[in-house]
Design a protein around this ligand. Sequence first.
Ligand SMILES: *Cc1c(COP(=O)(O)O)cnc(C)c1O
Length: 378
Amino acid sequence: MDRIRDPRPELEFLTPYDAKDIKADVVLASNEHPDNIPGEILEWFAERLPRFPFNRYPDPTAKELRKLVAEANGLDAENILVGNGGDELIFDILLAWGGPGRKLLDMPPTFAMYGIDAQVTGTEVVSIQRKADFAVDEEAVIARLSEGDIDIVMIAHPNNPTGNISPETFLIDVLNTTDALVLVDEAYFEFSRHTMRPHMERHPNLVILRTFSKAFSLAGMRVGYILGQESVIREIMKVRQPYSVNAFSQWVATKVFRERVVFQSEIRELMRERDRLLHGLEELQGVESFPTEANFVLFKVEQAGALWRDLLHSHSVLIRDFSRVPGLEDCLRVTVGSTEENTRFLEAMRDILTQRRQAQIMTNGAHARHGSAGELGY
Ligand SMILES: *Cc1c(COP(=O)(O)O)cnc(C)c1O
């Protein structure tokens, strides 16, 4: 054959995810933790590494980690499912509860993977745009859910990239209104401390997502988990890849979860740094930052795309550009990094904005001189 049969026609409308591999001295683009896991834990692994069974398949259900997560949340191991990052679990949920003829309720601007995975699984996306302040349009969501045809709801809590949380009363309204599977994505739980966990008993359709990628310094290991009813977990297990969470990642995540108290002081330090970032941004003319419950700050600035490029090319500071996303015009997101990184970011911002103002004064000045000269008849 000299040709290839076409793939699924839906793929025509998709583009591969482009995790732009841009190099920079200061990387504040993906909400990662600024530090590697603590040295004592690294040494613990180093000592045991020679005896690690690389030749063996992993435990398909990550029994040890499941048990630990269950205990920490007052649940049974059967209520937990571990995935290859939270991303895989979002995909698995759409495989199990979505698909052709089924509908996801999405509340953009929000985490893009919900919509992307819905498309890949042939799930119809029903979008209810957030308001200008990024609050969910609660009335519209409840009204839409009341129609009774939504199969899945996904809501990031706090929301990424906007940083805000929805009132718990609204989330309870959602759970009371629909029998759809409701995923409350608590990827930033360790920072926000807000959780819907207490509502699981009363609402069997509630599923909670968490991850090791943000507060626990393990973005590279790809480990996340969901909390849910045993019956829900069992259904999702039917569609998942049995060995998706590799043995090494399970080993690392299990140890990190056991030692999680060690991370508490770092998390508090990051929250102090977040406040410093917010204050620093507030002092900059022409920058509007939005309230945040997570380890990142969304802010709005004129000509955001150009500012993003200046940060990268003149200061080697990489943040995330959302300025072309509908509803996020002129918005950029910066992750809370180390003290030095945050300082470098703020200094770079100050530099760029000062230069901009000077350039403006020059052109305005030139116009003014020109104008007055005209009036005087020169
Ligand atoms: C980071 C993130 C996740 C999951 O990330 P993983 O690295 O795949 O665990 C899920 N939801 C939101 C909103 C996130 O920001």
